[in-house]
Design a protein around this ligand. Sequence first.
Ligand code: HEC
Ligand code: HEC
Length: 258
Amino acid sequence: MTAVRSARPRRLPTTFLLLLALIALAVLWAAFAPKSSAAEAEDPNLAVREGRALFLVGCSSCHGLDAQGGNQAPSLIGVGAAAVDFQVGTGRMPLAAPAAQAARKTPLYNETQIRQLAAYVDSLAPGPAIPTVNLADGDLAYGGELFRTNCAQCHQASGQGGALTNGKYAPNLGRATPTQVGEAMRTGPESMPVFSPAQLNDHQVNSIAKYVEFLNNPKSPGGHPIGSYGPVPEGLVAWLVGIGGLVVATLWIGSRIT
Ligand code: HEC
Ligand code: HEC
């Protein structure tokens, strides 16, 4: 009993020292930690400055030192955060090599860097902000209707895309996220027209995005979709497996009788 009681007061300073060490560590971390988004919240110009630094290294060779454009690329003044988030987020920018059209590829920049690049371009002149696409607000059937009247002539009714003139093409929408659908509509990349809020409001954008999501992840209540090739291949499989199964079963029964 006495041994336990005398051990107690000795353990207290150890806990206290440990606590002090932890506090010291936290203070050191706060002083030397990489600048976080909390620091950006205190200084909104930080994202713009970091974005400009990234821009000078990765984009200014084509778009000019002040994003004013040049003979290699258009001006980015007034294109807005939405255009930067779309172009860099889909890996189209930085353009790797001159082509009829910038292709979608794995993005070169991470999310923070894309946000900083967007903040820099947005600071030059007002332009479309990154849209907040809310699928829960979308109406699937209405979205399908809007998609067929506004988008299908280029992207096909199934969203698989197709060729346009002069080596350009409307891409397959299979990898586009709902936000990218909204960004493409609001900024009109390449030969795609701009769909401004006056033409299609936010509810209509949400509905179209919901329809594109549905095209990309179709529900198959009838069973396995075998690659969504349509009713003819599905019927063929049903015939081969169904009738084939019946024939095998009949043969098996026949072989048992004789
Ligand atoms: C090799 C040259 C080149 C580099 C490097 C480059 N771009 Fe581009 N950029 C282009 C060209 C050409 C276009 C226009 C053609 C197109 O949109 O496909 C363009 C278009 C854009 C657009 C669309 C403008 C609009 O009107 O909607 C944005 C946004 C953009 N670039 C951002 C960037 C950013 C940000 C970087 C750096 C991370 C970058 N680009 C690097 C050549 C370049
Ligand atoms: C006149 C033809 C045309 C019409 C109409 C059109 N688009 Fe596009 N769309 C394009 C082209 C061309 C591109 C590729 C742009 C680029 O690569 O810079 C594109 C790109 C996109 C992308 C980016 C895909 C990706 O994987 O990065 C999305 C999303 C998109 N379109 C959605 C739509 C929606 C939704 C509509 C209807 C509201 C629509 N488009 C109407 C031609 C069109």
